[in-house]
Design a binder for this molecule. Structure first.
Ligand code: PRP
Length: 511
């Protein structure tokens, strides 16, 4: 009987295994030369060691809640604080697997190969510079091309918005202005070469000054690497523990960061004395993926757009104008079509995909950007940026049913059955309203489920209301509103920045 490994994990045979081991070896050797010694930490730890909310957790026979290693930073902070407390300077490296409890149906990996380093010392600017310099050095040692380091500051974000919680950090990470507090909006515009810091000092309030001064001092140490550095003050890493610089590293062909890190001065404090520390880790799967791409398609210079086939297509084409595919291309059954005119000299091609598939094409870096309704994005979350609400395809996700129906009464009486194309969002929204329900996932024509008594109610998009009216149904409650967003892949945002920004302004709602 054929048994594949669990989804989200892979077997690596021979050359593939050798490739990962060689990459590990190159990273660890480069670090050794720089005075970093390797440590090995357990694959399981007490759950509180990990900061990730996607830790794979389990209870051991003694009732202790444990987690599979979700990152190296937590275990290393524990080791430094409990074993190396008297060492004034610690330079260490590590390599191995980390595990994440992600939705394995999303083609995301649950097991990742990492190698990285941590520097624990006085926490000066020189240590930040050393950590960044090492990231470049390792990138060169493993043969990455056209490396770009995106540099921001968690200290700056704390200064501008002391109460920034996980949801705000997430919105910033996605460049989603619709969910950001007003004090953080200016940082979305503060991205560019290292000269951007001068503008930031002029534009941001005085509270930002200490963080910006520190960042300037770090940037002054970059020398030749300054050319490979992009200041992006909206750069945050999703974890709350960062307290100073944060950076992500991209290279030709990467759909997302191949490495990332930053300063976290209080993490070790969980186990005793706080110690300033800065570090980074390389995603060796991502590096291997780039180097496996022998056709070089991912590094292709043009811009690739995932074009949704559904209702919003018409509006999107109007906005694209001459940049969009010609009418005859669209009438053909071709799934990859070229754009009419280049943008800033960059040719554009379009992948014609079903709306619900747009996030997958963009997240995996096959398309640089795509246009998709917020409803789809909420149902199929993807690790992408969400920098523009086009205002197209405005509609509302509503709980609907026959006139006079009450969801609360039905739910109180027995099992409420709700049919929908949006099972994930529906479950969440009904739970928020205290409604227990059985969800019936459907692919389309959802109204029929009530008419044919498959379900008591539906949760569906209402645009004009015509479908509801034609079928004698009514809207009972609005759950969320939606419109089409432009989503951008993390690699494209960094590596094709100018063309991406130019296309965003073409797609913007003209007011
Ligand atoms: C959507 C939605 C509703 C209808 C609402 O379906 O699921 O059925 O549009 O639009 P209205 O308020 O303007 O009538 P869609 O047409 O995408 O087809 P589907 O039902 O087959 O998914």
């Amino acid at each position: 009987m054929f048994r594949a490994p669990p989804s989200g994990t892979v077997d690596r045979l021979f050359a593939a295994a050798r490739h990962i081991r060689e990459l590990e070896h190159k990273v660890i050797s480069a670090l050794e030369q720089a005075g970093y010694s390797e440590v090995m930490v357990p694959l399981i730890e007490r759950d509180e060691v990990f900061s990730s909310d996607s830790t794979v957790r389990f209870v051991d026979r003694h009732g202790e809640l444990l987690g599979l290693r979700a990152d190296f930073t937590g275990p290393v902070a524990r080791v430094v604080s409990t074993r190396l407390g008297n060492e004034p300077v610690v330079r260490l490296s590590y390599r191995g697997e980390v595990f994440r409890d992600v939705d394995a149906r999303s083609a995301r990996r649950r097991q990742l190969q990492q190698a990285g380093y941590e520097l624990v010392d006085s926490g000066d600017v020189a240590s930040d510079a050393e950590a960044i310099g090492l990231a470049f050095k390792i990138s060169d040692a493993i043969g990455l091309q056209n490396v770009r380091l995106s540099l921001g500051s968690a200290e700056l974000i704390h200064a501008l918005c002391p109460n920034a919680d996980a949801s705000i950090r997430r919105a910033l990470d996605r460049r989603d202005r619709s969910r950001l507090p007003v004090e953080l909006l200016p940082v979305l515009e503060l991205t560019g070469g290292v000269e951007m810091l001068a503008r930031a000092k002029r534009d941001l309030p005085a509270t930002a000054r200490p963080a910006l001064d520190r960042l300037s001092r770090v940037v002054d140490t970059l020398d030749e690497n300054a050319k490979r550095t992009v200041i992006d003050l909206a750069e945050v890493r999703p974890w709350a523990y960062y307290t100073g610089i944060v950076f992500d590293l991209f290279a030709d062909g990467s759909s997302g960061p191949v490495a990332g890190g930053g300063r976290y001065d209080s993490l070790a404090g969980r186990y005793g004395k706080s110690r300033p520390a800065v570090g980074a880790s390389f995603q060796l799967d991502a590096v291997a993926e780039i180097q496996r791409d022998i056709t070089g398609t991912r590094a292709e210079k043009g811009l690739v757009v995932a074009l949704p086939k559904g209702r919003i297509l018409k509006g999107v084409l109007e906005r694209l104008g001459a940049l969009g595919p010609t009418a005859s291309e669209l009438e053909s059954r071709k799934l990859i079509v070229s754009g009419g005119a280049p943008l800033l000299g960059t040719p554009i091609s379009f992948l014609r995909v079903k709306d619900a598939d747009v996030p997958a094409y963009v997240e995996h870096g096959v398309a640089d950007l795509g246009i998709v309704g917020l409803d789809v994005l909420e149902e199929k979350p993807a690790s992408v940026l969400e920098p523009l609400d086009t205002g197209l395809g405005r509609c509302r996700l509503c709980l609907c049913g026959r006139p006079g129906t009450s969801a609360a009464e039905l739910s109180a009486k027995g099992v409420l059955r709700v049919a929908t194309k949006y099972p994930k969002v529906t479950r969440l929204e009904l739970e928020l309203r205290g409604l227990a329900a059985e969800i019936v996932p459907l692919e389309g024509s959802v109204e029929l489920a009530v008419l044919a008594n498959l379900a008591d109610l539906i949760v569906d998009m209402v645009e004009t209301g015509a479908t509801l009216r034609a079928n004698g149904l009514v809207e009972l409650e609005e759950l969320m509103s939606s419109s089409a967003r432009v989503i951008v892949g993390r690699g494209a945002w960094r590596l094709k920045q100018d063309a991406v920004r130019a296309l965003l302004s073409a797609l913007k709602e003209k007011t």
